[in-house]
Design a protein around this ligand. Structure first.
Ligand SMILES: [Zn+2]
Length: 231
């Protein structure tokens, strides 16, 4: 195998290692990331808190109604007992009964209103709970998939690194050093020749360079300086 071909293979391996390491980094950042789940959990907690508050209001209204009903019964009993003969006292008591009734009706309306809100909020809690189940299941699936992808990437990376070691052992260390230096300068050290053109800088190569490249010599592109490789 010509040195140019070995260097080209080395470059292919290096590029794949780079992209696989990038992918691995991205997966590592996604693993354990559960913002979406936390968002729905927070929403559910807040809705549950709202429901608790409404139930507290409901109980308090019911308790107040019970209290009023008791007071009203006592007042009415007094009113119809026949014990009161003073007209002014009677009128006052009638007013008191009237007032208590008005207050009771108002409270009953309020209690109904709260009950409606409780029902709506209960439905909302049920919806969000279901949503949470879906999001959590999706998250678990995604995490499993990411873990599997990560394992595949790790396996491929260790294969690539092994191949790289084997290839490096076959190339003159000085040429490897030159390849790395060129790579640092230009991003990619080796350029493929396609139809007489350097695929990196698109220049037409002189016939002599093409011939030397074809016979396995280490030739640099006269324009971009990359090592030329002809398949
Ligand atoms: Zn070139």
């Amino acid at each position: 195998m010509s040195v140019a071909k070995q260097l080209y293979q080395l470059q292919e391996i290096d590029l794949e290692i780079e992209s696989k390491e990038q992918a691995l980094k991205q997966i590592a950042s996604q693993l354990g990331e559960n913002q979406r789940v936390v968002r729905v959990q927070t929403k559910l907690a807040s809705e549950n808190q709202h429901l608790e508050e409404l139930r507290r209001q409901q109980h308090s209204a019911e308790w107040e109604i019970d209290d009023l009903v008791g007071k009203l019964a006592t007042a009415e009993k007094e009113l119809y007992s026949g014990r009161i003969s003073n007209p002014k006292e009677l009128t006052n008591l009638q007013h008191e009964v009237g007032g208590l009734k008005t207050r009771r009706n108002q409270l009953e309306d309020k209690a109904l209103e709260i009950m409606d809100k409780v029902e709506l909020t209960e439905a909302s809690v049920a919806t969000i709970s279901n949503q949470l189940k879906t999001v959590e299941a999706e998250w678990h699936r995604q995490q499993q998939q990411l873990s599997a992808e990560m394992e595949q990437l790790k396996t491929r990376l260790s294969e690539l690194k092994h191949k790289r070691q084997l290839l490096l052992a076959e190339i003159d260390p000085q040429i490897v050093e030159f390849y790395h230096e060129l790579g640092r300068q230009k991003g990619r050290a080796v350029a493929k020749v396609e139809q007489g053109i350097c695929s990196s800088c698109r220049i037409s190569l002189p016939i002599t360079d093409l011939q030397r490249t074809r016979s396995g010599n280490l030739v640099q592109c006269s324009s971009c300086g990359r090592i030329l490789f002809q398949a």
